[in-house]
Design a protein around this ligand. Sequence first.
Ligand code: CA
Length: 724
Amino acid sequence: MNRSLAIGLGLLLTVGIAGCQRSESPASESKAAPTAAAPTGAEKITTERLLNAASEPSQWMTYNGTYSEQRFSTLKAIDKDNVKTLGLTWFADYDTNLTQAGTPLSVDGAIYVSTAWSKVYAFDARTGKQLWQYNPQSNGARVAQNVCCGIANRGIAAYNGKIYVGTLDGRLVAIDSKTGKPVWETMTIDESWHYSITSAPRVAKGKVFIGNSGGEYGVRGYIGAYDAETGKALWRFYTVPGDPSKGFENEAMKKAAATWGGDWWKLGGGGTVWDAIVYDPKTDLLYFGTGNGTPWNQRKRDKTGGDNLYLASIIAVKPDTGEYVWHYQQTPGDTWDYDAVSPMMTVDMTIDGQQRHVLVQPCKNGFFYILDAADGKLLRAEPFTEVNWADGVDMKTGRPRVRKEARYSEGKPFNLAPGVQGAHGWQSNAYNPETGIIYVPTQLAYFPMVEDPTYKPSPVGYNLGIDFAAQFTFFATHPDAKRGFTGYLQAIDLASGKTLWKSEMNETGTGGALATAGGVVFQGGGPAKEFRAFDAMTGAKLWRIDTQTSIQAAPITYELDGKQYVAVSVGGAATGGYFAPNYSRLLVFELGGKTTLPPPKDYTPPPLDPPANFGSAQAVSTGLETYGKYCAACHGDRGQSRGANFPDLTRTPLLHTQEGFDDVVLKGVRSEKGMASFANALKPEDAVALRAYLTSRANEVKNAPPPGPPGAPPPPRTGNQHEQ
Ligand code: CA
């Protein structure tokens, strides 16, 4: 619940001031004379340069490197033989301890990167000196009720002297790349709905494209185009139909409406465009993925069980007008939160003896899709992790062969794989066109889908239609059921679909990937908190560095003054939970880099000192339900925080008095800092039940038997690791 604490402590735990730190370079390296000029940064980014980004490997001008979004660099000064000498050049601390998801851009001597709370930094790439920081001052109270999965920002776009960022509270902002001052901002959402933005905008043809999130709460998904110079809204393409009585915006909406029943539009329908957007100059099409329906459970959304277009689909539109061209729906009648928004790329390859220009997506639903980029024809669909909801995809119809029992219903839960965490989240893939190998951050995940028979649409909080809390009783009554969540990097031969190698498994997910012509793949992850380089062919770990924190974001590489660099944002869950110090930073590496990180700080967690249990078993149970609906999104599956970003509620002193608890939960005394009042959803007795549940949970943790004997496996993780 305590978002306020999340932010307050975020400031307290700031690790030094934002800015660069570097060790002295060897004297021989100090050929800094030609570097005295201030970086021009994004000032000279033109449409031409963006179209030809692959011919300028010294730059990293767009979110995934080039319009193909392959995340491949032809730079090879750093290669598999010398990567072992890679070292830190400089690093810069961010002013937040929250999870970092932002991919940096490196342009003409400047590095730009977005951080949690949609803030943007600019650094001098040569010195690491901070040039400016932009803080959009997102409306924390609004954000608190609209953001499903953390307050991250995944990236920015650069064009013609401007840096573009989408803000958590729904604005698209153009920042002057030289001064850091906003040039224009456009509110892209209707603020009476639960929209937010965490994804990176894309720029093409003088337009900025951005979607939004909110499908877990209830919104009508869309993508919009905005004039890059003025911010003027140019067009909007909705992904699901609106109220039929008001007419349809276009033929695509009319067709989609025929696949829906009931009154879905009252909750918006869902289908948000919350991550992948690809502009393809070859076809002159704009591709984007769409998310789950609202609520997740189709029986509670549309009893007729139709396909519910265009949920869980990839859609292609004309970038100039937003006109529909084609779609492919990966998961018809989605009832499993199988967003189709995972990163996509375009690739030229031979399939079945034929040269094709294709769109590639390893999807959250566990299948790896290859579509013809021009017409959306399905060419391949093979599982790339454990999949139990469908027995493959019928290549004639393009439809999955869904297992009947996977459509869980009242009293008939289904232990889903991939679980709602997905086979693949938003973490970027990388593809080496010289070897035909794609590197996919992959997840092996299980989640019991248990229908909530009492579900009713709610204007506030999750609208899922499943009983989130029942996962715990499910595992108690199905002790042999598979469970847990692990992530790993997987190398797949694109043509054959064969897995060539996998990195080790870990429980904190896995970061985005970067492939280079040096035969190296860079990626953050692993059971240890490390940034590492793999041999691209064998998966052998060639180099690693302890980052003191986990990595979700994707690395980039660029060249400056004849030298190749690698940069990555770090900052994930701190060991020891939210109250532990975390290290949110930009790290920049070069061969022979000699800078070292300061040692991690000492840390003592706040006492686990809950009051005695109170309230009836019924109250505790009601409190758990309330918690699952309104609090788990930020505070984790059982009060112990989602990652490092939010307070561990089993240790909050607020448990000691109902009055103090209500001040935060119902009166919103910390809403300015991001913990909104939930008085619009909770009655005073709900807050009492919530405190009763959290108190009982805190005592349960306090009295938990000590961990098993050395070598015993850790308890399995479950919880809401799903995406947006
Ligand atoms: Ca989703």
